[in-house]
Write a protein that binds this ligand. Structure first.
Ligand code: ARG
Length: 498
């Protein structure tokens, strides 16, 4: 009966919380609608010049369009579209900022103002025209299959994939082409093209559909791969830049740059040869060990996220534990709702919600900060429960004894309950710290350069799927094992103190 009452209370209290995000989202939708029309009036070109930066969104897994290379241990974005982006920024007289993300996140990023323009090998399609404005085109090409060379005699056209598995990057023209034109084949998508190529090499896919230039680039740099024209019907237009709707001033400026680039044939004459040069030189330095800096940076960020989140998680947790134990009905209910809601929803969803949700209100919210906020909020709920159960595990007799000795309520809490509760709380808190360290890997979904994210970078740069993961597993293990030893040491000391 009591449980039922609690549940009812929970639902009543949670309802406004549950409804709040939807109304907030609705509000945000309408405000973003006014935003875009404001952009149109306000001259977005002017805004970019004032800001001094052009933020370009791309998915750097698409040689020779855009990909990464290593220079002095640092990631560098290269490719003919990066050269184009640089030219565009130069023509505007602003600094170029590149945001590397999954191809299927680009449209959302553009809509929410996280980037100013998409320059990512994007074909003009009628579908996309509904949500973005395209510049003039500067490149074009058919869709090609990339396959293992060993299958060269078996796989010769689109039909030969009947009953086989064909991959394409999520959100691309090619993934819809497979769905539409190859009903007999099993289509499978992934966020990063480089992951698909790794999958192809381990025969998880029989072929991958992508733009001609990219398929050829992969085949040219890997003697086990082979590319050929899919001859699938091509209804899309060429490759162009994509801007928020109604953004005419910027589109016009882009068209000026593109006109110059096209008339001087810069892409074919200068930028693609440059890109191939990068591909070649970078194939040579492709040993895993030379990527140690990637892992080091990952460890650094993983530790930052963990330590900062543990600190705030502990403060939040203490607060909510006390609220939950409090006699005040309102405080108690707020704490119960908070704890149940955060423990009852996946952390991955919470992370994305904070990043895109709060990020829609505070546009400049960095991913690292969003990650730390989400992880702290999540950890707070678990810490609250650890502290509460620690306190409640002290038998009532202790309080009664202390009170009958004439101690006040707060004296009882401070001198009798807390010292004993802490001994129960400490080990559980240690576990939470270790869990947090591991779970921080989820923050990679919003592009924070922690260990898991860096591992994916190494995977795509080296075209090795398993080895980077193995190294990362060992690193996580060393971190958590060291941590648990340290915690054990302190636990032992506390026992002695007892
Ligand atoms: N051209 C294709 C499209 O418009 C795929 C582009 C993928 N681009 C990338 N940078 N991964 O859908």
């Amino acid at each position: 009966m009591k449980g039922f009452k609690h549940l009812l209370m929970l639902i009543i209290i949670a309802l406004p919380i549950l409804c709040a995000p939807t109304s907030a989202l609705a509000a945000e939708n309408s405000s973003s609608a006014t935003n875009t029309s404001q952009v149109a009036n306000n001259d977005s070109l002017q805004k970019i010049k004032q800001k001094g930066t052009l933020v370009v969104g791309l998915s750097a897994d698409y040689p020779p369009y855009e990909f990464t290379t290593k220079q002095n241990g640092k990631t560098k974005y290269v490719g003919f579209e990066v050269s184009l982006a640089r030219q565009f920024a130069k023509d505007l007289g602003v600094k170029l900022v590149i945001k590397n993300m999954d191809f299927d996140s680009l449209l959302v990023a553009l809509e929410t103002g996280k980037i100013d323009v998409i320059i990512s090998g994007m074909n003009v399609t009628n579908e996309r025209k509904k949500s973005v404005d395209f510049s003039n085109t500067y490149y074009s090409g058919d869709s090609y299959f990339l396959i293992n060379k060993s299958d060269k005699d078996k796989l010769v056209n689109a039909k030969s994939f009947n009953g086989k598995t064909v991959g394409a990057q999520n959100g691309t023209l090619q993934s819809s082409l497979i769905a539409k034109e190859m009903p007999q084949a099993t289509g499978k998508g992934l966020a990063k093209l480089s992951s698909l190529v790794i999958g192809l090499q381990s025969h998880k896919y029989d072929g991958i559909l992508m733009d001609a230039a990219t398929a050829k680039a992969y085949a040219a740099n890997n003697s086990n791969l082979y590319a050929f024209n899919s001859k699938l019907p091509n209804t899309a237009g060429g490759i162009a830049m994509a801007f928020p709707k109604g953004d005419t001033s910027l589109v016009n400026a882009a068209n000026q740059t593109i006109k110059k680039v096209n008339s001087e044939n810069l892409i074919n004459k200068k930028w693609i040869p440059q890109a191939s040069q990068y591909m070649k030189s970078y194939k040579k330095q492709n040993t895993i060990l030379s990527y140690w800096r990637y892992f080091a940076k990952g460890i650094e960020y993983t530790l930052i996220i963990t330590i900062v989140s543990v600190f705030f998680g502990f403060i939040l947790g203490t607060l909510f534990a006390l609220m939950r134990l409090s006699k005040n009905k309102l405080l108690h209910s707020i704490a119960v709702c908070y704890i149940e809601f955060l423990r009852g929803t996946p952390m991955m969803v919470q992370i994305m919600f904070v990043y895109f949700g709060i990020g829609a209100i505070i546009q400049s919210l960095p991913a690292l900060l969003a990650g730390i906020i989400a992880v702290s909020l999540n950890s707070g709920a678990y810490v609250a429960e650890i502290i509460r159960s620690g306190i409640q595990s002290i038998p009532l007799g202790q309080t009664e004894a202390a009170r009958s000795l004439g101690m006040s309520k707060s004296e009882t809490f401070h001198y009798v309950i807390m010292p004993q509760a802490l001994k129960n709380i400490w080990p559980a808190l240690g576990n939470e710290l270790i869990t947090l360290l591991k779970d921080s890997s989820l923050v990679s979904v919003i592009g924070v350069t922690e260990l898991m994210y860096q591992t994916q970078l190494v995977q795509s740069a080296t075209y090795k799927g398993v080895l980077p993961l193995f190294i990362t597993m060992i690193i996580y293990f060393i971190l958590t094992f060291t941590l648990s030893r340290i915690l054990l040491y302190f636990e032992g000391r506390m026992k002695h103190a007892h």
